[in-house]
Design a protein around this ligand. Structure first.
Ligand code: AMP
Ligand code: MG
Length: 438
């Protein structure tokens, strides 16, 4: 990776200039991703709203309580193998050449509540999962025994606790097993069930309103005429929010009309914790959003050093975050992933995005501009030497098919001017890399 020392701050990163009128000046300055995010995060309040949900509604929700076990799991000593429950010491010395004889006094099936017991020199036939008889401490596997009426020949010695799941082996009373802030996965739900929980306290889902703006936009059901564009962003952004576990308000499309957009923003923010607007954030005549939002609240940053996605603006209106995404669909999603998950995480004080990266080597030179964090759509291939990231050729920020084909974004950091073939890069994975994962 070709790295240079930056002589200037990334594209003149300055504070106090973010609310400048970009329509007259253009994007002469960009703020770095980190600075932009931190400036907004400083203004976000943690929402501490919880609710109780039944266990089967809890997957992918964010746990709002520490889970401390009130039980041992298992709560009794269980046979881990089919065979004979014994006192280990009664088997010492047993071998194929000199088997030992024990008296079989009982048989315990799985699910039986009765507790059997054994004395010195005795054995109890036992099934996997059944409760160990009182006095026994090990199981001789059936394979190492021969039954002779009410006696059993033991061909192998066992040590105490061998082939036994001991009480509390999985979870002990008082053990903290899940931490507040965890995104509940299927295995966590199973564990909660094992601990006897039928419901669990989770953080309320953030409610995010999503609005598209643009005179040219139409809904997908309409075949677009010349000059019309199907609204893509509302669908991709709402879907991304659903994956992040949000409740979404679909605010539809608003024309490029100052008053209408202003009314819509005020109305939708009343019911939402966050508003995401796409389109109209750049420097064109119809890019009305920054001006409207500035009137209603505060634009914290406008113009971030990312590519694509540079015209994104981060704002606060009525103490709620308002994110203005650029109109081009890929730019909208890149800006979304850079800012929306961390803001939601601050609001919830928890992690909500299961983010996966792989390290891969660039299949060829990937250009980028110094000072700009560049997100290049790549296909990942697995080779014997590791992962290779192959940039997708068509890369305009309006070419959504490039993102559909890509496995993720190679992230070229600000302090490098492109990467060379063979350089190692981080790739943010956005979709399964398919069956090449052996
Ligand atoms: P804007 O950011 O409004 O200047 O839009 C930049 C480009 O993105 C224009 O070509 C728009 O037609 C397009 N665009 C804006 N909003 C959307 C949207 N919701 N879905 C698809 N394309 C859009
Ligand atoms: Mg527009």
């Amino acid at each position: 990776m070709r790295r240079r020392r930056l002589k200037i701050k990334p594209l003149r990163e300055k504070h106090g200039e973010d609310t400048m009128d970009v329509r007259s000046k253009g994007f002469a300055t960009h703020t770095t991703v980190e600075t932009s995010l931190n400036k907004l995060l400083d203004k976000i309040e943690v929402k501490d709203e919880k609710e109780v949900v039944v266990l089967l509604d809890a997957v992918n929700r964010v746990l709002a309580e520490d889970i401390v076990s009130e039980r041992n799991v298992p709560h009794f000593n269980r046979a881990a193998m089919d065979g004979y429950a014994v006192r280990a010491e009664d088997t010492f010395g047993a071998s194929p050449d000199s088997p030992l004889l024990l008296k079989v006094t009982d048989k315990i099936e799985i699910g039986e509540k009765r507790q059997a017991r054994i004395e010195k020199g005795e054995a109890v036939r036992i099934a996997t999962g059944a409760a160990m008889p009182e006095g026994s401490n090990a199981v001789v596997m059936i394979e190492y025994t021969i039954r002779l009426n009410d006696m059993v020949e033991i061909y192998r010695a066992v040590t105490p606790a061998e082939n036994v799941s001991l009480t509390g082996e999985d979870v002990k009373i008082g053990e903290k097993i899940l931490e507040k802030g965890t995104i509940l996965q299927p295995q966590d739900i199973g564990m909660l069930a094992a601990l006897g929980r039928t419901s669990v306290e989770v953080f309320k889902k953030p409610v995010v309103a999503v609005l598209s703006t643009g005179d040219e936009l139409v809904n997908p059901e309409k075949r677009p005429e010349s000059g019309e564009i199907v609204d893509v962003n509302r669908f991709s952004v709402i879907s991304a929010l659903k994956l992040l576990g949000c409740d979404v308000i679909d605010c539809g499309i608003c024309r490029d009309d100052k008053q209408k957009i202003e009314e819509k923003v005020i109305k939708e923010l009343k019911n939402a914790d966050m508003l995401i607007v796409s389109g109209g954030t750049s420097v064109g005549e119809r890019d009305l959003l920054p001006e409207i939002i500035k009137k209603l609240g505060e634009i914290v940053v406008h113009g971030v050093a990312i590519k694509p996605g540079m015209p994104v603006a981060l704002a606060v209106v009525s103490s709620k975050p308002v994110i203005l995404l650029p109109g081009f669909p890929v730019a909208a999603l890149v800006a979304f992933y850079n800012f929306v998950p961390p803001i939601l995480e601050k609001m919830l004080n928890a992690c909500i995005w299961q983010k996966y990266y792989v390290k891969a080597r660039a299949s060829k030179r990937i250009p980028s501009r110094e000072g700009i964090r560049t997100f290049t759509r790549v296909i990942i291939k697995k080779t014997v030497e590791g992962y290779i990231a192959e940039p997708i050729r068509t890369s305009g920020s309006g070419i959504l098919s490039s993102m559909v084909k890509a496995h993720g974004f190679a992230i070229i950091p600000e302090d490098s001017e492109g990467v060379e073939e063979g350089d190692e890069i981080d790739v943010l994975i956005l979709r399964s890399m398919g069956c090449f994962h052996a």
